[in-house]
Design a protein around this ligand. Structure first.
Ligand code: PHE
Length: 433
């Protein structure tokens, strides 16, 4: 149970609350949602199982586990995990800072009265000293949890944070369903069907990125937790639980955000689709509800901050456990060194939103998907016996293991390869233009 909650804590994060709304609003509609769910089930789930097997069967940190399973030729994969985790955390902490700042703001001051006010306010929190401070404080909190250890820090946090988060989200979901334009919100952003979007490169890139980022597989974060897992737990069931919770939270968050957007006429702000959309649209929409709106804003940003910190700790665990495992460092020393390096690396994102967007596209998109592809190749083709032996040894039925292995060999790699190529081309095009 501790593992499932910790892994779900890693999966459920700003990717579900902010990323889903951000990407779903870019025009893909129902095609985006469908592709996203299909990729999660057919492509990411077998890879997540592979990642858990890699952690449990080697007992090593992400830097070393690929070498143990695949030999020296797989060393670059360990470095890819480290680079992606460090790169993502460097801007993720900035987003956490914005979230924390929005929470404090909603607690202390009235919400911005109109879009112009919200935009000005957002400029304030996303640049200069405020952004840097939020980034540093968020990293320090993350470091404190990870320094306390996996059991005493990470599991203790996720045990109460995850159920609380789920309850708050459920409350908001019900509240949003009664907003005047709730149906219109679901309809415009989540259900509108346009089959041509299925082959639109931007929709495909969004769906792949959202699936991999939101589950957080392909980077070694869940691998690092699985290294502590005992030999008896049924990995496929646990992976399915994590994927189920993660997808549910993503969809639920969309069902909170879009009714707000539609009901308060904020469609333009959101489809302008900068990373700030949620931070601008949500407070503005809620402002028109007076005190009740402020309560909702506080709950939402509190929930988002909790979700974010349980994800950030798993990202930090990747480099920290690798230093501990590889160099024999003490946990606090490894953690605080990583925090210091990531703090510096994140400064450009804290100071400039377009740097943050690029970091997200590169580390949270392309590198993460590439790591997922390599993970599928490692356990599907290089070490399939390890996959089979670990799962059957812990009591999974052979037919289930056979089906998962089939998907890992024949479904995930070609699908991810296509997703990766489309993503790289679409990204290059969007950066060029
Ligand atoms: N899944 C997390 C989120 O949705 C982010 C994350 C990515 C965590 C990769 C771990 C690894 O916010």
């Amino acid at each position: 149970m501790g593992f499932v909650l910790a892994a779900a804590g890693s999966a459920v994060g700003l990717g579900n609350l902010w990323g889903f709304a951000y990407r779903a609003s870019q025009g893909g509609g129902g095609a985006f949602v469908l592709l996203y769910v299909l990729i999660v089930l057919a492509v990411c789930l077998p890879v997540l199982v592979a990642e858990m097997v890699l952690g449990r069967s080697t007992g090593h940190a992400p830097l070393i586990a690929p070498v143990t399973a695949g030999g020296r030729g797989w060393r670059p994969l360990g470095w890819l995990f480290l680079a992606s985790a460090v790169g993502i955390l460097s801007y993720y902490a900035v987003l956490m800072g914005w979230t924390g700042r929005s929470l404090l703001h909603a607690l202390m001051d009235p919400l911005p009265a109109d879009i112009a006010g919200a935009e000005a306010y957002f400029k304030g929190i996303s640049s200069g000293g405020d952004a840097v401070l939020g980034h540093l404080v968020s990293l320090a909190l993350t470091g404190a949890v990870v320094a306390a250890g996996v059991r005493a820090g990470i599991e203790r946090l996720t045990r109460w944070a995850m159920p609380l988060l789920f309850l708050m989200l459920l409350g908001l979901l019900i509240w949003a369903a009664f907003l005047p334009a709730a149906r219109e919100g679901y309809g415009t952003f989540l259900l509108r069907w346009d089959a041509s979007k299925l082959s639109d490169p931007a929709t495909i890139r969004n769906a792949f990125t959202q699936a991999f980022f939101s589950i957080g597989t392909g980077i070694g974060a869940i691998l690092a937790y699985a290294a502590y897992l005992d030999r008896h737990s049924g990995i496929p069931g646990e992976a399915a639980a994590v994927v189920g919770m993660d997808t549910a939270v993503g969809l639920m968050a969309g069902c909170v955000t879009f009714p707000v957007v539609a009901s308060f006429g904020l469609g333009d702000v959101v489809s302008g689709s900068t990373v700030g959309a949620l931070f601008i649209a949500l407070p503005t929409g809620l402002a028109s509800l007076g005190a009740a709106g402020r309560v909702v804003a506080v709950v939402f940003f509190l929930l988002a901050y909790l979700a974010a910190i349980t994800s950030a700790v798993s990202l930090l665990e990747v480099p920290a456990s690798s230093l501990i495992d590889r160099l024999g460092w003490s946990r606090p020393r490894a953690v605080w060194l990583c925090v210091a390096a990531i703090a510096v690396l994140g400064l450009p994102s804290a100071l400039n939103v377009s740097v943050l967007e690029r970091m997200d596209a590169l580390f949270g998109g392309v590198l993460l998907i590439a790591g997922g592809l390599a993970m599928a190749l490692l356990l599907g083709w290089r070490a399939p016996r390890r996959y089979r032996a670990d799962l059957e040894g812990s009591g999974s039925p052979p037919q289930l293991v056979g089906a998962l292995l089939f998907a890992l060999r024949w479904v995930s790699p070609p699908a991810i390869a296509v997703g990766l190529v489309v993503s790289v081309i679409d990204l290059a095009r969007s950066w060029a233009g």
